[in-house]
Design a protein around this ligand. Structure first.
Ligand code: ZN
Length: 339
């Protein structure tokens, strides 16, 4: 049985106050993610222009607060690795600096500062800066993730996405056990492989290439699509076929991954998406069954009054609500997705 792209439709009927109380029927598209089993509800809302990115509120609140990630402060304000683990204290690669996360989420929890500049809009972050940060994250796993199997490289970009600092940075986590989401990916991949004798990533990408409506294409080692069952209004997903983890990619391939991310960031800037989460899931050992997935998910406040895109459905029912279909998002990004 091929990979299932399941969707059900719920119909809601009412008298429409916006149209002289004429009877109206609205459909909700409820999708199940073939990769994780998670559900998304696509609501047929009218698209709302998010306007231009406006970070002025956060920049104003940030005034006068010393930043531990700014180059002049790193040596005196940032945490350092234990000398027996990293004698040089910090890991560096061009502009990128890797340090322990002093507010850790895991046993192995680091921060990778991406830029010298304190503030960068999404479209200003360069592929070389992202590539250096990812290579440094990989180096931190190689040196510090002894005996650990599961890794992730993440980002909260700006305060609505959960960032504590404006300065662009990634956060890594390495663990013996998968996170809840990674465990779902792993379990489904194993079950699919047992049942079908083929790889779930290959099956997912074959379906999406054939369907075409969410397909963007390959950049470097990764194939990009708009997620079938999104985890946010905008959810751009890259999968790395062939079972390769971050630690298996060479410098040119990591640059390819970064170039794909830059395409998404430039699109986010054009679409007015000023806050987002990034998550790269990767195995740290070859036998884990976790494949490499990268997600860039919007965290917008919807105009005119700034409604958070996360509501009780996601917080309390574990289901995402989206006001745009993934197919519409793909239509919007495709003209700019160029080699
Ligand atoms: Zn800074």
């Amino acid at each position: 049985m091929p990979l299932k792209f399941q969707a059900t439709r719920a119909k809601s009927r009412f008298l429409d106050p916006f149209n002289k109380f004429a009877p109206k029927e609205v459909e909700v598209d409820i999708r199940s993610d073939p990769l994780s089993g998670d559900r998304s509800r696509i609501l047929a809302f009218r698209y709302r222009d998010l306007g231009k990115i406006d970070h002025s509120l956060y920049l104003e609140r940030d005034q006068g607060r010393p930043c531990p990630f700014c180059p002049q402060n790193v040596d005196k304000m940032a945490g350092r690795f234990l000398p027996e683990l990293v004698p040089e204290g910090l890991l560096r690669r061009n502009e990128a600096v890797c340090m322990p996360n002093v507010f850790p989420y895991e046993g192995l929890s680091t921060v990778v500062v991406m830029t010298k500049q304190h503030y960068r809009r999404p479209g200003q972050i360069k592929a070389a800066q992202i590539s250096d940060a990812l290579l440094l994250a990989a180096e931190s796993f190689r040196r510090l993730a002894v005996g650990l199997s599961y890794g992730s490289v993440n980002s909260n970009y700006m305060m609505p996405a959960g960032a504590g600092l404006i300065h662009p940075h990634l956060q890594t986590a390495g663990s013996r056990s998968p996170t809840g989401f990674q465990a779902k990916l792993q379990a489904r991949a194993r079950a699919f492989s047992r049942r079908e004798g083929t790889d779930i990533v290959d099956a997912y990408l074959a379906h999406e290439r054939q369907d075409g409506s969410r397909w963007l294409g390959r950049v470097g080692p990764a194939v990009w699509t708009v997620a079938y069952a999104p985890r946010g209004i905008y959810d751009l997903m890259a999968l790395v076929p062939g079972g390769r983890g971050l630690l298996d990619l060479n410098k040119a391939q990591v640059m390819g991954l970064a170039q794909g991310i830059v395409r998404v960031l430039k699109f986010f800037e054009r679409a007015g998406i000023g806050s987002f989460n990034l998550g790269l899931h990767t195995a740290l050992r070859p036998d884990t069954g976790l494949y490499t997935m990268l997600r860039l998910v919007s965290r917008v406040h919807i105009p005119p009054i700034g409604v958070d895109e996360i509501n009780y459905f996601e917080k309390l029912h574990d289901e995402t609500v989206c006001f745009l279909s993934p197919e519409e998002v793909a239509q919007a990004i495709k003209p700019h997705w160029k080699d």
